[in-house]
Every structure is written in structure tokens, then in C-alpha cells.
Design a protein around this ligand. Structure first.
Ligand code: GLU
Length: 478
């Protein structure tokens, strides 16, 4: 049978980078082994699950290029099946009704705390007689269903990332709750650890890859697999993504949703490449910058590290800038044009826009930078004080006047050679370094001493008929 992997997100928030990276590992594993990557939306928590989050998760995965192979399954549609299976576990005596009230639970927690013990359910309703159960129900007491966990149970599995993992039943917090609280002899809506086992089995999942925060859940789930006589999938627990302080990256950290990265101007391929490096270090290739297509050929889950990976903005930025640098300029131009259009900035021609793209392409880190970098080509900038001082102290007025005269002679058909000649001629005539004139022109064009290549910038402004006017404006303020 082909490998079948899945992502099982809960639609209770926007697609988070941790979930996206889990998706990536699953997707790559499926791709590498010619298997399938599937989706299950775990929407049984009806109060917190929202259709707009499901939409956001699906859109985010598609944006990253992580396409799934079959129609996604909504877990909420399977609740009746989960309940039937809970009923079966009850009938087999593997699970039972626990009538413990909130007050009783609180008292137990307090006593344990007082005695310095970790919180653990004490299974006090495990061995009720049939008549005791009936009388609780007739008194109108509500209950949850708990699965019996033998303290002496030994749970072992081979984790594809972490190797052998061993758990003891006594360390799992007491009998496991399978369903939410319900009245009478109803069974409340099923909880994650039960539903996930039933649905992974239903979907014929062969490999489960998820975050290491699920390790103790896996131990519990293995007990359910065994009780239901289901075949176990292979498990892998990926390292967590950590913030700068080394804690799990959470919603409290500034940027965590894929939407935010998109909005900031990260390219999907660059983000996916970076996310993968958070935990995966390729043994068989030196170059960290690799397309998903390439990685899917060399990916091996065994190369995923056990230790948590710290999120590093500098590295992400570097990777993004490399992707932008290597992008086909025609495609990048289309992206830039959208940014310009949103600002209402008009380009005189497609060629002009493409040339501007080429001029700034290497200095863009995130797509949004295009606005700052290209603004001076659309909007006249104020001249900053440092630049005014520079112009005044170097007495550049006659030089700029001379530039105007020479351009006017060229009748607006300026090219690279003319520009070089003009700069050469004036620097000789006034016995100044070429740099002084070039800096002055830069200030005239951009209002400051920094900016992209002067000659190429001049050509672009000249094509818009704005080189002369900008030099004249500069003369007016000195
Ligand atoms: N809904 C769970 C989550 O989002 C799924 C975990 C799993 O992959 O089993 O954490």
C-alpha cells in the first residue's frame, strides 16, 4: 500500500508557522515515497472552530505549494461514528462513565498540590456497579467517558526522528477522558485523542508526523489503537519552533501566521525553504537554498533534528533576498507592478517598469521593500539636511547649471554615453572630482546621498521627463 500522510489542523486560528512546517514534513515524506498527503480538519470543538479559519488554512497551504491529494475530511461529520466506538469501549468495559464533579476535581487538585504531587486523576469512578451508575444517572448527574489506563502499562514505539520512546501508564495522568461532559446516558462530543485514532485509521494513515508537544498524546493514542485492534502507523515527532528566548513560538510572538509573512513580502518558496531548515539539515546537499521539488527528492525524515529550532529573522531575510535575486525579472516585475498600482503610481511603459525592477532587484529583502526603493522614481523627495549641507559646502550650483545646459542640448535623447561624457566634461572644466558631481546629482534626483546606480536611475528619470525638473528644483533650494 502507498504511504498515506496527513495534516490534521484545528481551525481555531490562522494557519500558524508551526502547523505549516508540520505540513511541509508530511508533504515531503509523501512526495519522496510517492505516497499521498491528506487533510483532515479537526473541527469538533464547535465553539472555537470557524469556517474562516479552515479557509485560511487551506489557502495558506496552497500558497506555500503544499497541495493535498484527496478532498479534505471534516472531523465534525464523523462524530456519530466516534460515539458508536465510545459506546463499544463502554460495553467492553475498557471505558466507563466518570461522574466526578468540577468541585471534586478541584479538591483533588488542591490536595495533590498541598502534598507536592503532580496533578493526576485518581480514577475514583472506575469501579462503580451497574446500579450505582443507574442511580447517578437518575439523579441527573452529568458524566464524561474515561478510558482505563493501567498504571503498569508499558508503551513503546520507534519514533522515526527520536528513536525508541518508552512511556509508563502511570505517567499519563490517570484514566483518559474520551468525550466531553453530557447528561443522563448521553455521550458527549468526542475529544482529540479518541477521534484522531479513529479517523487516522479510517483514512488508512500509515505515517503520523507532528510536533513533539504531542509525544504524550501518542502514548495515550497507542493504548486506544490497541484497544480497538487497529494497526499502528509510524510516528515521528518534529522539534518545536522556538522564539529568541528559546520558548515555543506562540501567538504572543510578533509574527506567527502564514498570512502575516505573506503580507510582509516573503515569497512562498523562500518561506517554505526556511521553514524546512527549522529542524531539517540536509546531509546530502551543501546548498541550503533548494526548491521544494529538489528537496522532495532528497528528503529523509531521519535528517530532522531532535532539538528545538530557534526562529531566526536574519536567516529568513537572507533566504528571501536570495530567492528575489534569483527570480525571473519579468515575474518580479508583475509582483512589483501590483504594489505600484495599489499606491496609484503609474509607470510610463512596461519596459520602464522592467528596467526599474532590474535596477532594484538585488537590494530587495522582502517584497514590501519595493515601495521604499522605488518611491523616488515616482515621487519627488524632500532633500534632507545633510544633503543640503553637502550641496552648499561644495558650491555645486554652477556644476548643476552646466548639467542642465548640456542636457538641454541633447534634446532629451540622453543615453549612458552622454551621461558619462557630461560628468567627465564638467569635472574637468571645474577641476572637481567626478564623485562630487555624481553625489550632487543623486541628491537632485532622490533628495539624499544614497540610492541605486546613478546612471541607470538618471535614464529612468529622463524617460519620464523628470531629470531636468529635479535638477532645477535642487538649484532652487540652494
Ligand atoms: N488537531 C491537532 C493539532 O492541531 C492534530 C495533531 C495531530 O496531528 O494529531 O494539534
Amino acid at each position: 500500500m502507498k504511504n498515506r500522510l496527513r495534516l490534521a489542523p484545528s481551525p481555531t486560528g490562522l494557519l500558524h508557522i508551526g502547523t505549516a512546517r508540520t505540513a511541509l514534513f508530511n508533504w515531503l515524506y509523501a512526495k519522496k515515497t510517492n505516497g499521498k498527503f491528506l487533510l483532515r480538519i479537526e473541527d469538533t470543538d464547535l465553539s472555537r472552530s470557524k469556517p474562516e479559519f479552515t479557509k485560511n488554512i487551506l489557502e495558506g497551504l496552497s500558497w506555500l505549494g503544499l497541495n493535498w491529494d484527496e478532498d479534505p475530511i471534516n472531523q465534525s461529520e464523523r462524530i456519530n461514528i466516534h460515539k458508536l466506538i465510545i459506546k463499544k469501549l463502554l460495553d467492553q468495559g475498557l471505558a466507563y462513565r466518570c461522574f466526578m464533579s468540577e468541585k471534586e476535581s478541584q479538591q483533588l487538585r488542591e490536595t495533590q498540590k498541598k502534598n507536592g504531587l503532580p496533578p493526576k486523576h485518581d480514577n475514583r469512578y472506575r469501579d462503580l456497579s451497574k446500579s450505582e451508575i443507574e442511580s447517578f444517572i437518575s439523579e441527573g448527574k452529568s458524566s464524561v467517558i474515561r478510558f482505563k489506563i493501567d498504571d503498569n502499562a508499558q508503551i513503546n514505539w520507534h519514533d522515526e526522528i527520536r528513536g525508541e520512546i518508552k512511556w509508563l501508564g502511570k505517567d499519563l495522568g490517570g484514566d483518559m477522558v474520551l468525550s466531553r461532559r453530557a447528561n443522563g446516558d448521553d455521550i458527549g462530543s468526542p475529544l482529540y485523542n479518541l477521534a484522531v485514532v479513529i479517523d487516522d485509521n479510517f483514512m488508512n494513515i500509515t505515517h503520523v508526523i507532528r510536533g513533539e508537544d504531542h509525544i504524550s498524546n501518542t502514548a495515550k493514542q497507542i493504548l486506544i489503537y490497541k484497544a480497538l485492534k487497529y494497526e499502528l502507523p509510524k510516528f515521528s515527532h518534529a522539534p518545536l519552533i522556538l522564539n529568541i528566548e528559546g520558548k515555543k513560538l506562540s501567538k504572543r510572538d510578533s509574527v506567527t501566521s502564514i498570512d502575516e509573512f505573506k503580507e510582509m513580502g516573503y515569497l512562498p518558496d523562500a518561506l517554505a525553504n526556511y521553514m524546512l531548515l527549522l529542524g531539517w539539515s540536509p546531509k546530502s546537499c551543501e546548498n541550503e537554498i533548494q526548491s521544494l521539488e529538489n528537496i522532495s527528492k532528497i528528503f529523509d525524515i531521519k535528517d530532522v533534528n531532535k532539538a528545538g529550532a530557534k526562529f531566526n529573522w536574519e536567516k529568513l531575510n537572507w533566504i528571501n533576498s536570495q530567492y528575489i535575486k534569483n527570480m525571473d525579472s519579468n515575474n518580479l516585475f508583475i509582483i512589483f507592478r501590483n504594489y505600484w498600482e495599489k499606491e496609484g503610481w503609474e509607470i510610463p511603459s512596461r519596459e520602464w517598469g522592467l528596467n526599474l525592477t532590474l535596477l532594484i532587484q538585488d537590494s530587495i529583502i522582502v517584497l514590501k521593500d519595493v515601495l521604499d526603493q522605488s518611491k523616488p522614481f515616482f515621487k519627488l523627495q524632500e532633500v534632507d539636511n545633510k544633503s543640503i549641507d553637502f550641496l552648499k559646502s561644495n558650491n555645486v550650483k554652477p556644476l548643476l547649471k552646466n548639467v542642465i545646459e548640456l542636457i538641454s542640448k541633447e534634446n532629451q535623447t540622453i543615453d549612458r554615453n552622454n551621461i558619462k561624457e557630461i560628468i567627465e566634461e564638467i569635472s574637468i572644466k571645474y577641476k572637481i572630482k567626478k564623485g562630487i558631481l555624481m553625489k550632487s546629482l543623486r541628491i537632485a534626483f532622490f533628495g539624499c546621498l544614497s540610492g541605486p546606480d546613478l546612471i541607470e536611475s538618471w535614464l529612468l528619470l529622463s524617460e519620464k521627463g523628470e531629470d531636468l525638473s529635479r535638477i532645477k528644483r535642487c538649484l532652487d533650494i540652494i
